[in-house]
Design a protein around this ligand. Structure first.
Ligand code: GCO
Ligand code: MG
Length: 402
């Protein structure tokens, strides 16, 4: 019988930190899984190295569902980003192995293509409205059919989602940067710049906006109403998702579609959001939600309620996650959209991926497995460095949701 003979936890920082699990079988087949949890990378590395890798050795790599149940139920302690990211890494690596053994791309194992390419949205941003408008023009020229628009709120230094020196990388400091926040200023300003995007660039593309957990339920309801005329594809994470009743209140006041999920990790975290039809898009990812096996289960539940997928695809999800997401997006019936933020240039030195962008969409080739290889020699040139996400403080100094 083929068994898992070893599993390595690879930590590297090509432009930003990534944790990768590589599982090897007794037949010499390897599979990769992303295990990156932005700003808490080494917690997952330890969970894998110290607790999961010893459990993998000698097991059958073909039993993906059983492995998921074994690692999830076997932990006794349930859910949470560290556990679910570690399980995701194992799960994704086993799908990669299964594809390579079968000689098929992973999307074929998931039922085959439901579509030609995966519609993506990219980020447009700028320090002020004219710069944002130019960036939207740039994204349109690159063929994107869906664009997320963010600009800095005047007087609020360091607003999330805005590029610096041509790139947006939120985990930018060896200790968390503290950034000011003013909800009042944001609420006064954001609807007007989204309207400016429509006035300048029209309605022939999807416009998205990330609220990044900043509002109270009533503020989010007001915001959703205020932007109805700009026809947003979605408003993302309008409130922190721990309080799920909030979305009921938002729904009562606005028809602006709602997307939630990047900080959630299991089907139980979104069960009521989906079954009570409080959201329109479930925005979870392979890496933080227990892998391909578990995210497929979430998307299938969502399909029953006409909730569509909208996978998180920020630069802190490695190309392994990105490839896994595209395979899943290609296969599911209720695909909505996929985030495509791009990576620092160095990332391609370490991860050789077959995912390709063309005409507003991502696709994978017909390479068996996920279609990503890890370059150890290149990775050795990029050692881990501590990097943290920022922390937000209101103008009176108290901590807000970042
Ligand atoms: C997004 C996100 C990210 C997150 C980041 C946290 O919608 O892409 O909100 O930019 O802030 O992934 O690690
Ligand atoms: Mg977001």
């Amino acid at each position: 019988m083929t068994v898992i003979t070893h599993a390595e936890v690879l930590v590297a920082s090509p432009g930003r930190n990534f944790v990768t699990l590589r599982v090897t079988t007794s037949d010499g087949v390897t599979g990769l899984g992303d295990a990156t949890l932005n700003g808490r990378e080494l917690a997952v590395a330890s969970y894998l190295r110290d607790h999961l890798v010893p459990l993998l050795i000698g097991r059958d790599p073909a039993r993906i569902e059983d492995m998921w149940q074994y690692l999830y139920r076997g932990a006794y302690w349930r859910r949470g980003p560290v556990t679910m990211t570690a399980i995701a890494a194992v799960d994704t690596a086993l799908w990669d192995i299964k594809g390579k053994v079968a000689g098929l791309p992973v999307y074929q194992l998931l039922g085959g293509r439901s579509r030609e390419g995966v519609m993506v949205y990219t980020h447009a941003s700028g320090p002020d409205v004219p710069a944002l408008l130019d960036d939207v023009a740039r994204a349109k020229e690159l063929g994107y059919r869906a664009i997320r628009a963010q600009t800095a709120v005047p007087g609020v230094a360091g607003t999330y989602g805005v590029k610096k020196n041509g790139r947006y990388e939120p985990a930018n400091a060896s200790l968390p940067e503290e950034q000011p926040w003013s909800t009042e200023d944001y609420l006064r300003f954001a609807p007007s710049y989204l309207a400016a995007v429509r006035e300048t660039h029209g309605f022939d593309f999807h416009l998205l906006h990330d609220v990044h957990h900043r509002l109270t339920p009533l503020e989010a309801a007001r915001f959703g109403r205020a932007v109805e005329e700009v026809d947003l594809f979605w408003m993302e994470d309008p409130t922190p998702a721990e309080n799920q009743e909030a979305f009921r209140l938002i729904r009562q006041h606005t028809t602006t579609p709602v997307a939630v999920g990047e900080a959630l990790t299991s089907i139980w975290d979104v069960q009521h959001l989906i079954t009570e039809q409080l959201i329109d898009y479930v925005r979870m990812t392979v890496v933080h939600s227990g892998g391909i096996t578990h995210l497929r289960r979430i998307f299938d539940l969502a399909a029953l309620y006409q909730v569509r997928s909208g996978s998180h695809g920020a630069s802190d999800l490695s190309p392994v996650s990105q490839a896994a997401a595209v395979h899943l997006d290609l296969a599911i019936a209720n695909f909505g959209i996929q985030e495509h933020m791009g990576y620092p240039d160095e990332v391609a030195d370490v991860f050789h991926s077959h995912v390709q962008y063309a005409d507003g969409a991502l696709d994978v080739g017909d390479v068996p497995g996920l279609g990503v290889e890890y370059d150890d020699d290149a990775a050795a040139r990029y050692p881990y460095e501590p990097r943290y996400l920022p922390v937000a403080r209101r103008l009176d100094g108290s901590v807000h949701d970042w």
